[in-house]
Structure formats: structure tokens, C-alpha cells
Ligand binder design. Structure first.
Ligand code: NOJ
Length: 754
């Protein structure tokens, strides 16, 4: 109470005094020194509000109980508190009513936008454009902070090879190098250069670790992964986020080799806080501390709390394990007080960095909230990022771009006029049905010059669609087929919009089929039978099996869930106002049976056909992807020529330059993402057949050429060696350049020497 009074009559000034005079650590320690054990444990506790529940229903669902606990210093953070009004109200309880007045930190899943929605992360990753990605996170941070939030549970940086897993939509795809660049870009975007600026928020790299490697792609399932994959594939984007200064990490629901990540000392203390010297704090995933009991490694909540704190999990999200047990655990000597102090220091440090001790209401600005959310400028940024994320997969006979005086366009399909599905499943504070539909985008692009006809054709699902329920895919009702076929017959070109409901990907949305769901493929066949000029626009959150539909269409456009401006962005690409530049961040399989599928696989002992069956293959399908990692077409074409290496040998720590000439051989200006892969020909451990190591985006006018130079250093060649070191090994390498991971235009060998 004394402190509450002090706060009201000048305590804020005292914090300011501390902050002005001292280093961050001193300021943190000065607060820590005032705290009781109970208050320390309180800082390690995070509750959800009931505004937006993003997990199983919370235990203390009555907010009033939680509010009492805020007043008694038992809560350090809340998630899912929305709006300046609500955050101010909760913050007031912490800073004015609790003994020490320590401000709360408010977190939320701002995954691809807050009110203005951007493409789902997998889609945005297809832009390969770090400026665009950084900008999108910057806008998201700006909107979220305008609504009183301090912290996003993003970026999700899990590498995944399994299209069955619904959360692939949230990832940057299958490649650790691309994933690392994207992780860092998103951290920069959210956090900016100054975490205390009112328009930046703390980021959170999640889910540490290996969540993307769950067995069978089934959500929350078991993970068994060897050290080599852990270091080579799983860790790099997390390390990149840590190096980029990410303020927080989230651990994960899954176990790894028998130890739940939340209880893993190896992950959280040895690797993250030890080897990587991460200074921020680790939050559990939703109730993942309590789930140590269901995993079967702890008999009760007390033991779960003990294991999690010892392992380095600093904050308990909706787990209800720390507050009831941690004080006793410390008093009994089962948890050393230094571990609690370390956790609290980390949490306070982030609060100080956000400027919350200087002004706990800094982020509560209703005027900014009013002006910034869904602003015109943010819509423009979203449209630009969205069109960069579109990937052109097929363009037979150059049907695309469509002409703006093309006669009649039939726009058909369950997703064509849909204004909700493009928002995707991590939709934060967006408004339902607020996306520009494809139909609206096309209509706006052509105005009155083209007749645009629309038919839904078929419903994708039946019943209620929601965040909490399964999607009931329509498998029977074909009543709309007739109308679709009728308008297709009379059209010059058909644009079909097919794909998944956005609630078929995301958390808890694993699928055992990865085809286009329901009756949509049948609809396509019916339309195709009367009009062969079909452009198929896909909306989906994972790689789909397109083997059946690809031959039926002349144009194939991967449109993910592109966010608020989806329809306009797609129209920009369809009509050539934007020449597509996206490249797949993930392999699209030929069939589900190939999954897990990824381009940077190992060679095996029997990689090639030998004249009989005894080689590594399927009897009924090719090994490679239908559309490989890195693939994407443009309305122009590019050639690669004159590849040169600056030397045939590369010295440790000295760069090797790989150059080649890129020429725009087509008729319009376009942007190519030129890619450099390497292969380590002999290693102490087996090495992938190709690994992306550098790329560059180059815009060229028709006929224009440019020499592109990409630089490799021995750091780029490092991996987890047989001795358990992260190191590059001397020996022979292959450098390969080209437009994607399969179509290598040129390659040359070099040798790494000491
Ligand atoms: C569970 C998810 O796994 C995590 O990514 C998310 O941040 C939390 N729920 C909070 O909503």
C-alpha cells in the first residue's frame, strides 16, 4: 500500500530517477531488491483474459479473480487483453493497487498483422523479400502497440517438412537459411531499434524447439529428432532470432526424445541461455508447464513447476503451476532462489526496455488506436506485401496476365467472393469478413471494361466456421455446379478460386489429406470440360497435392491466405500490374505419401536407378516435388550464364565470390530471386544434396543483363560435425546457381582449405 500511495504521489518520478541514473541491470536489481518471494513468483505468472481465448478454456475464467491477483502482485503478465481501454484498466490495477506497482506486460498473438492483416507467414515467406517482411511486422507492431499491447508471440520460426501439420502456415517453410533471415527480419520489424518507442513491441521466437518435427504431422505429437537435425535444421532460425536481439522465447508443447521442451534444461539453459547467451526471458506455451503431468514426467503441478523452473522456463502461461507452488518449492530448498531471481531479472529487464517503468501507460493511446488501426497507409503496405507473396506456378500459353479488355471473365469457386478466409487463422484483432475478396479485386481492376460474372459453384464447408471448431467439409451438395458451368461456357477466361478454409490450417488443424478439400476438384473438372482457359487461384495454408489439378489448368497461382488486401493483390498479379516474383519457401509434393518432403535431403546410399528396383524410391511415384522449393515463374524469363568463382580454393574465413550474369530474356520488366546452393561433397557426417546459402533479388528490364555476385564464407559451410562441433570441414564443395532448388543453371566445384 505504501508503494501504491508513493506511486500516486510521485513514485513514477522515483522510477524515472532510477532509470535516468543507472544502467539497465542496476535498475532491474533496484526493483528486485524490494520484492518479496511471493511478488517474484507473481512476475513469473501469466494469465489470459477472456477477451480472446487461444487455448483450452482457462481455469479461472472469471476475470475478477485474476484482477484480485493482479492487485496482490501475483501476476506479471497477461495475454489476450485487447484495446487501450482494457489494457489501461488492467494496468491500473497493477501499478496503482499492487504493493510495488510493477507494470504488467501485455502479450498477444500478433502473427501476421493486428487489425490490418498481412499474408500468413508461410505466404509472406514466399516473397523472399526481407524489406517487405520487416515492414509487415513493423505495421503489425505499430497497430498492436496502438491498442495497448507490448509483446507479440511471434515470429514462429519452426522449420517443418510436413504439410500435414496445420502450423506450417505460421512458419517460414522448410529451409533453415531462408528461415533464419526471415526470423531476423521479423524481429527487426517488431522491435525496431528501440523497444521503448511507443510503436515497437517485444517479439518472441517460438516454439523452442522442434515442434515442426512432430510425428505424422499430428498436432502436439511426439518428436524424436537426432542432434544433427536439431543443430542443422531446427536451431538456426532460433539462433538468428536470438542474435537479432529478440526479447523473449517461447518453449513448446512437444517432447523431444522423451523430454518435454518445457522441462528441457538442455534447450533452455545449455543452448539458449548458455551457448547463445540469450538475455531475455522464456515463456511457456499455453499450460505447457501443467502438461508435464499429462506427458508423464511430473506427478503433480508442484513437480511440474519445479522441473520447468529448473529447466529455465521463466514464465508460466496459463499453467497455474508457479503461483501455487513456487514459494513452497523455494522454501523447501527444491528450487534455488537464484533461479527465481534470474527469471524475474529477465522479465523485469524486458519491462524496463519497453519503457514500462517510465510510463506504464505509454502504449495506451486511444487517439493512435483510433487513427492507426486499419489505416489507409497500412492497407497499402499490406497490398504490396501480399502481391510480393504470390507465386506463379504455371502459365501455359501465356494466358496470364489477363487483359483488362478480355471480354467476359467468369470468376468461380467457393473462395472467389469470400471475404473472411483470406484473413487466415491467426487473425488477431481483425474484423470478420474484412478482406478484399478476389471477386472485388478483379472488379476493381477492370472497372466497366470487362464483364465479370460470378458463381460460387460449390460450398467449401457446411455449418458454423470458427476458431474453436472443426471444419465440416461439404462432400455432398453440388447444386451450384450448373450455374458455374453455365457462366464458364460463356466466358473468355475462367478464374477459379479454390483451396482450404483458413480454419483447416493453423494450430490444431492437422490433416491426413493435403488435396483440395471437398467437391472443389470435381467442380474444376466440370468447368474445365466447357472452357479450357482456366486460371486457378489457390488459397491455402500448407503445400497442397496438386498432381490431379495441375494438368487441368493453364494458369496456376499460389495465393495463400493473403490478408486484408488479398483480392487487390491477386488482381494486381492476374492483370500484370505486378509481375509475380514470389518463390516457394516449401516443396509441393506430388502425393501425400512423399511427406515429409524437403529439397535439402540426404543422398542415401542408393540414390539413383540402377536398372532394377534396389534403389531409394517409391514404386508408384517419383521422388521429387511437383513444385520444388525456390520455384516461381514470372511474366518474363531469365537466363543464367557465365558462372565464375573468384578462386577454386576457399580459405577458412576468407570469402569466395560466386558470380554469374543474369539476363531478362523476356518482354517485360521482372524481378528474379537468383539462388546459390552448395553441396558439401564429403563430410564427417552425411550432408544434404543441396543447401541454400545465398540469394539476391534483381529487377531487370527486358534485354537487360547484370552480373550478380554472391559471397560465401566458411561460416556458410558450417554444420554439426561428427565430433559434435559447429564447424566447416576442409574438402570439396559444389556451388550451384539457378532459379530454384531443382533447375540448377550452372555449377562449379571449389575446395575449402586451411
Ligand atoms: C498456443 C500456441 O502454441 C502459441 O503459439 C500461442 O502463442 C499461445 N497458444 C498463446 O495464444
Amino acid at each position: 500500500m505504501i508503494f501504491a500511495i508513493l506511486f500516486l504521489c510521485g513514485f513514477a518520478a522515483k522510477w524515472q530517477h532510477v532509470s535516468a541514473q543507472s544502467s539497465l541491470d542496476k535498475r532491474v536489481d533496484s526493483v528486485l531488491a524490494l520484492m518479496t518471494l511471493e511478488e517474484k513468483v507473481g512476475q513469473m505468472n501469466q494469465y489470459t483474459s477472456s477477451w480472446d481465448v487461444t487455448g483450452p478454456m482457462p481455469k479461472g475464467s472469471r476475470d475478477s479473480l485474476k484482477y484480485i491477483q493482479i492487485r496482490t502482485g501475483q501476476v506479471g503478465s497477461m495475454l489476450n487483453v485487447l484495446s487501450t481501454k482494457a489494457t489501461r484498466e488492467a494496468q491500473r490495477l497493477a501499478v496503482e493497487d499492487s504493493r510495488l506497482g510493477i507494470p504488467l506486460i501485455f502479450g498477444y498473438d500478433v502473427v501476421h498483422g493486428f487489425r490490418t492483416i498481412f499474408p500468413i507467414p508461410l505466404g509472406e515467406s514466399a516473397s523472399w523479400d526481407m524489406n517487405a517482411i520487416e515492414k509487415s511486422s513493423r505495421v503489425a507492431a505499430s497497430e498492436a502497440s496502438a491498442a495497448g499491447l507490448h509483446w507479440t508471440f511471434a515470429p514462429m520460426v519452426d522449420i517443418s517438412h510436413d504439410a500435414r501439420w496445420g502450423r506450417m502456415m505460421e512458419s517460414a517453410g522448410e529451409d533453415p537459411y531462408l528461415g533464419s533471415l526471415i526470423a531476423a527480419a521479423r524481429v527487426r520489424g517488431f522491435q525496431g531499434n528501440d523497444l521503448s518507442a511507443p510503436n515497437t513491441i517485444a517479439a518472441c521466437a517460438k516454439h523452442f524447439a522442434a515442434y515442426g518435427f512432430i510425428e505424422g504431422g499430428r498436432e502436439y505429437n511426439t518428436v524424436s529428432v537426432g542432434d544433427a537435425s536439431l543443430y542443422d535444421a531446427v536451431f538456426p532460425p532460433f539462433k538468428a532470432a536470438s542474435d537479432a536481439g529478440v526479447a523473449t522465447f517461447m518453449n513448446s508443447f512437444n517432447e523431444i526424445n522423451g523430454i518435454p521442451a518445457t522441462a528441457s534444461t538442455f534447450l533452455q539453459r545449455k543452448i539458449l541461455k548458455g551457448e547463445w547467451n540469450f538475455q531475455g526471458f522464456v515463456v511457456s506455451d499455453w499450460a505447457s508447464v501443467a502438461e508435464l503431468i499429462t506427458h508423464g514426467v511430473a506427478e503433480d503441478e508442484k513437480e511440474a513447476a519445479r522441473q520447468a523452473v529448473i529447466a529455465g522456463c521463466d514464465m508460466d502461461m496459463e499453467g497455474y503451476c508457479y503461483v501455487p507452488n513456487l514459494v513452497t518449492l523455494v522454501k523447501e530448498g527444491a528450487v534455488d532462489i537464484s533461479l527465481v531471481d534470474d527469471a524475474v531479472r529477465r522479465i523485469l529487464r524486458v519491462k524496463f526496455m519497453l519503457g514500462l517503468f517510465d510510463d506504464p501507460y505509454r502504449y495506451c493511446d486511444p487517439v493512435r488506436e483510433q487513427n492507426e488501426l486499419f489505416s489507409k497507409a497500412n492497407q497499402e503496405t499490406s497490398r504490396d506485401v501480399a502481391r510480393r507473396s504470390v507465386v506463379l506456378l504455371k502459365n501455359e500459353g501465356n494466358l496470364l496476365p489477363l487483359k483488362k479488355d478480355a471480354g467476359t471473365i467468369a470468376v468461380i469457386g467457393p473462395l472467389a467472393a469470400d471475404k473472411d478466409i483470406p484473413i487466415g487463422s491467426w487473425r488477431a484483432n481483425s474484423v470478420e469478413n474484412s478482406a478484399v475478396s478476389l471477386l472485388e479485386g478483379i472488379q476493381a481492376a477492370v472497372g466497366k471494361k470487362v464483364k465479370v460474372r460470378y458463381a460460387q459453384g460449390v460450398k467449401l464447408s457446411t455449418g458454423t466456421r470458427s476458431f474453436l471448431t472443426e471444419v465440416n467439409v461439404n462432400e455432398t451438395d453440388t447444386t451450384g455446379f450448373g450455374e458455374a458451368v453455365r457462366i464458364a461456357k460463356g466466358a473468355d477466361v475462367v478464374v477459379m478460386a479454390l483451396g482450404e478454409d483458413c480454419w483447416q490450417s493453423g494450430e490444431a488443424r492437422s490433416r491426413t489429406e493435403i488435396d483440395i478439400p471437398g467437391l472443389q476438384t470435381e467442380l474444376l473438372a466440370a468447368v474445365r470440360a466447357v472452357n479450357p482457359n482456366v486460371v486457378l487461384v489457390l488459397m491455402n495454408g500448407r503445400p497442397l497435392d496438386l498432381t490431379e489439378v495441375e494438368p487441368q489448368v493453364q494458369g496456376l497461382v499460389e495465393g495463400w491466405f493473403l490478408g486484408s488486401q488479398a483480392g487487390n493483390a491477386l488482381a494486381d498479379v492476374l492483370f500484370g500490374d505486378y509481375n509475380p516474383s514470389g518463390k516457394l519457401p516449401v516443396s509441393f509434393p506430388r502425393s501425400l505419401g512423399q511427406v515429409p518432403l524437403y529439397y535439402n535431403h540426404k543422398n542415401t546410399g542408393r540414390p539413383t536407378a540402377t536398372g532394377n528396383v534396389f534403389w531409394s524410391h517409391y514404386s508408384d511415384e517419383k521422388n521429387d516435388a511437383l513444385f520444388p522449393f525456390g520455384f516461381g515463374l514470372s511474366y518474363t524469363s531469365f537466363s543464367y550464364s557465365g558462372m565464375k568463382l573468384s578462386s577454386e580454393t576457399m580459405k577458412m574465413n576468407e570469402p569466395l565470390k560466386v558470380s554469374f550474369t543474369l539476363t531478362n530474356t523476356g518482354k517485360v520488366t521482372g524481378t528474379e530471386t537468383a539462388q546459390l546452393y552448395i553441396r558439401d561433397l564429403v563430410g564427417s557426417r552425411t550432408r544434404p544434396v543441396a543447401e541454400l546459402k545465398k540469394f539476391q533479388q534483381i529487377t531487370l528490364k527486358p534485354g537487360e543483363s547484370r552480373v550478380v555476385t554472391l559471397e560465401l564464407t566458411s561460416d556458410d559451410l558450417a554444420f554439426y560435425t561428427r565430433e559434435g562441433l559447429w564447424a566447416a570441414e576442409e574438402g570439396d564443395f559444389e556451388a550451384m546457381v539457378g532459379p530454384d532448388s531443382r533447375n540448377i543453371a550452372a555449377k562449379q566445384n571449389f575446395k575449402l582449405v586451411r
